[in-house]
Design a protein around this ligand. Sequence first.
Ligand SMILES: Nc1nc2c(ncn2[C@@H]2O[C@H](COP(=O)(O)OP(=O)(O)OP(=O)(O)O)[C@@H](O)[C@H]2O)c(=O)[nH]1
Ligand SMILES: [Mg+2]
Length: 377
Amino acid sequence: MKFFKKLKEKLFSTSSKIGSGLDKIIDSEVKDSKKMNEPDSILEKVDSKGSETGQSVSSSKTKNVKELENKSPKRDKEKKPGFIRKILSSVDTISRRRKLDEEMLLDLEDLLIASDVGVSTSSLIVERIRKDNYSKELSVEELKRLISVEIFNIVKSSSGIPKYNEGKLNIWLFIGVNGSGKTTTIGKLAKQEKEKGRKVIVAAGDTFRAAAVDQLSIWSERSGIPMVKGEEKSDPASVVFKAIEKARNEGVDLLMIDTAGRLQNKTGLMEELEKIIRVIKKQDDTAPHNAILVLDATSGQNVHSQVDIFSKSAGVSGIIMTKLDGTAKGGVLVALADKFHLPIHCVGLGEKMDDLAPFDPKLFANAIVGLDQDIDE
Ligand SMILES: Nc1nc2c(ncn2[C@@H]2O[C@H](COP(=O)(O)OP(=O)(O)OP(=O)(O)O)[C@@H](O)[C@H]2O)c(=O)[nH]1
Ligand SMILES: [Mg+2]
């Protein structure tokens, strides 16, 4: 499956973080029990080469033994020197399993939080895993599957393309903070919509920067999509007004409106967005038919307040999450789906024209933990 392979590659930063985290969780018990019996000579041999953490292994060993003596189900980040872990995992590649107990559940929760799944969603996932699996001996692959199933259960009702009404002008407004990927996303999506046979135009509602208009015009030229723009520093609401008139006169199916990035805590800019919406509504009180919030996955937990505040000002109808490539924070999408129940229309996986894919919950849930798709097929 070609697309799944691409998604998996693009989500590699997040999935490898989860994967190596699970490796460490499973190995910590194997290693701890082995270390107690390990002849000093092996550890000394390793020590002479140094460890990946830059920590001497003898000092790690002393530290680990101390930790074992004081073992308590506490979050404990530093008990696994990487080099030793590699040696031991190569010894135990087939039988590596760990009993699911309180300590391991805490480790799992920590790992999910570190991948930006968020505190309450991470604890929900862990509780669901506990329910049917407590005391079972689990391998890394089994854990990946359990996590993938729970992530799927959370995100499965979040897919959905933007609403589209045949035979009338559809107005889609793109909003979000500075640099979240609005203009790039419009560029990619406009082409996909055109390829469905729809007559599309775009409006450069970011009048603050000349470069913003140029950026959108490059994308629209590439796909042969007309663009409406205004004078630099002119009122963005007037550009929007002009674009709706043009769209009506020319029998356009879909008008996509770009807006300037605005920080959710800048009141003036948020009021201006409300003005743009008033102008749209004066022309069609059912519009905007979609107010799509573009979120940058690398912003981590900050996206929650963006959803809250843009929802108040513009009534967000759906989300597009960009930059899932190259971030280890892909888990933020799971937390969003759990908290807001808004449709996630697409995911951005890069800067090129075809790097925008519809959000597929099952593929996502498998890719984010690094499972192979055919396991579930
Ligand atoms: N890696 C990656 N980069 C992306 C993605 N989407 C957008 N970008 C990059 O993010 C940067 C900002 O994208 P823009 O489309 O200009 O963002 P914007 O929301 O229009 O920004 P403002 O107009 O300044 O608010 C650009 O360098 C894009 O190429 C994505 O999915 N992945
Ligand atoms: Mg822009």
